[in-house]
Design a binder for this molecule. Structure first.
Ligand code: KIV
Length: 276
């Protein structure tokens, strides 16, 4: 007999930083997924998602850019606002876009405040460790919760020059561990680890008290995040090893759209029942 899937949580309370912490303590895995618009965010929220990330991957999957770098603060706010209108239960985290927090802590606070004020989201996420610590501290001192992001940090793609697995060498792994501790000590409420060896992610998750959420970071972390377009199979040409596809919407949508075209061309649609 097939093993039964665990029952989805029936807890309808709003997910908060405190509740994520409790989930880590009791060993309940955290499910996180990206969303960028009202309609999809509403579906994802009512399905029971714990955290919705308004990722700067919107730059790729919504705007068609090659990297996450071009998306602006106002564009992230537009997506954040749309998502917030639909979400009742999930925690909503908005990515701070490239250029809105690096280098200048005063500008970083202004960017984070603008996101929180205009979207009414629950938290922000930003990439980096020691090099952005001043910005992290200033944003936290304004009372804004931060989710950190280490490992493969797509906003630094021009520095890395490749999207391959990060922190495979001891030096980089040690720097990542130090950065993870720095972010926790500064007061970040959670941390995303992207595309690093599973054993390293395991070590970080076990050393940190805050929840560690992985993407391509193996199973030994406190939760998982994926980009919605990837896991629904809307993107056909992105197949990293860490991705599990739960639907094949590219093909399903193509079929539906072609059926519609066919029905219009053959005058099958609209029928008398579909007319006034
Ligand atoms: O922007 C994004 O979607 C992200 C996830 C990949 C974690 O940062």
């Amino acid at each position: 007999m097939a093993e039964e899937k665990p029952i989805l949580s029936e807890d309808k309370r709003k997910v908060t930083t405190h509740r994520l912490q409790e989930m880590k303590q009791r060993g309940e895995k955290i499910a996180m997924l990206t969303a960028y618009d009202y309609s999809m965010a509403g579906i994802i929220d009512q399905a029971g998602m714990d955290v919705i990330l308004v990722g700067d991957s919107a730059s790729n999957v919504m705007a068609g850019n090659v990297t996450t770098l071009p998306i602006t603060l106002d564009q992230m706010i537009y997506h954040g606002k749309s998502v917030m209108k639909a979400v009742k239960r999930a925690m909503v985290v908005v990515d701070m876009p490239f250029g809105s927090y690096q280098g200048n802590p005063i500008e970083a606070v202004a960017s984070a405040v603008k996101i929180m004020k205009e979207t009414q989201a629950d938290a922000v996420k930003l990439e980096g460790g020691k090099e952005v610590l001043e910005s992290v501290t200033r944003i936290l001192s304004a009372g804004i919760p931060i989710m950190g992001h280490l490992g493969l940090t797509p906003q630094s793609i021009n520095k890395f020059g490749t999207y391959t697995v990060r922190a495979q060498e001891e030096d980089e792994a040690n720097r990542l561990i130090d950065d993870a501790h720095l972010l926790q000590e500064a007061g970040c409420f959670a941390l995303v680890l992207e595309k690093i060896p599973a054993e390293l992610a395991k070590r970080v998750a076990s050393e940190l008290e805050i929840p560690v959420i992985g993407i391509g970071a193996g199973p030994y972390v406190d939760g998982q995040v994926l980009v919605m377009h990837d896991m629904l199979g809307i993107n056909k040409n992105f197949s990293p090893r860490f991705l599990r596809r739960y639907a094949n919407l590219f093909d399903d949508i193509t079929k539906a759209v072609q059926s519609y075209i066919q029905d219009v061309k053959t005058t099958d649609f609209p029928s008398p029942d579909e007319s006034y």
